[in-house]
Design a protein around this ligand. Sequence first.
Ligand code: SAH
Length: 346
Amino acid sequence: METKKKDIRALTKEQLRDFFVAQGDKAFRGNQVYEWLWQKSAHSFEAMTNISKETRQMLKDNFVINHIRVDQMQRSSDGTIKNAVRLHDGLVVESVLIPTETRTTACVSSQVGCSLDCRFCATARLKRMRNLNPDEIYDQVVAIDNESRLYFDRPLSNIVFMGMGEPLMNYNNVLQAIDKITSPEGLGMSPKRITLSTSGVPKMIRKMADEEVKFKLAVSLHSAIDEVRTSIMPFNATFPLKDLREALEYWYSKTKNRITYEYVVWQGINDTQEAVDALVKFCKFAPSKVNLIEYNPIDDGEFQQASEVAIKMYQDTLERNGITVTVRRSRGKDIDAACGQLANKQ
Ligand code: SAH
């Protein structure tokens, strides 16, 4: 039965080489197949044209390639593209291509659904079904790279882990995917062009720091006051700001990579001087910058974007304190492709 066969991309290069040796073939054959699977992103064994027919059949008898399928592609009036990605078991995640004048950014998912319960996020309303495998993350990137070449005549330039799911709750698979994306045997992208966005899992931030990863870190902060943060991101009760802050200080001491704080200002929640002051204080623990994100409403209207005046207050106060701040406009809102809107709605 197809489903019983192992996904060949779950094997490391060494395991693949060993497999061929065990079959009485050359280890080198493993390299060739590995190249087809990753660098050339083959969808089938038939595509491996420099491998003999018999060997391809033997692979087919033993393995499957669980490639993702882009089921539906939606294009926004601003050029943003959203892919509904079907996985081999029928589940669906979304990824987004965000074009600017000079860049194409892929926003990829790391889990089907999400186990966190951020009250302002549409994905949080989907139950976490499972983690994505490294190849399923990798395939999303390849699909967007292909679309970027096709529609914008240039390769993908950046990747953000800001799609569905909490990447640090799927740590091993996300790091393995990044390894493949950055390896010359995969896509050969620079880790500096990759940003992992997390709600902040202190233990995992420390682990990344210990592994001296080279990609960038963004933290969805939204409030630097525990009570407020817990009220909008309930898991903050488990991972309070003090633990997060210490983990981030450790991150900086190890990587010397400054941190980006993602922050939405909402009416009646964090649009006060007290909230800004707490943020300024938080930013001083480790070199960082603040990205003020526009709120993308999700259905019920419980949350509302703060006034321009409040946002200006944030900008001015941060700048006065020497903290870099950018205001990010949403992209792809008309197709529910913006931050926090990914919920398999189509
Ligand atoms: N779980 C990860 C990555 C996914 S969310 C994380 O929390 O960082 C990507 C970003 O979108 C996060 O900063 C998140 O807080 C933000 N976000 C979620 N819902 C949003 C919404 N409705 N409007 C604007 N940003 C939102």
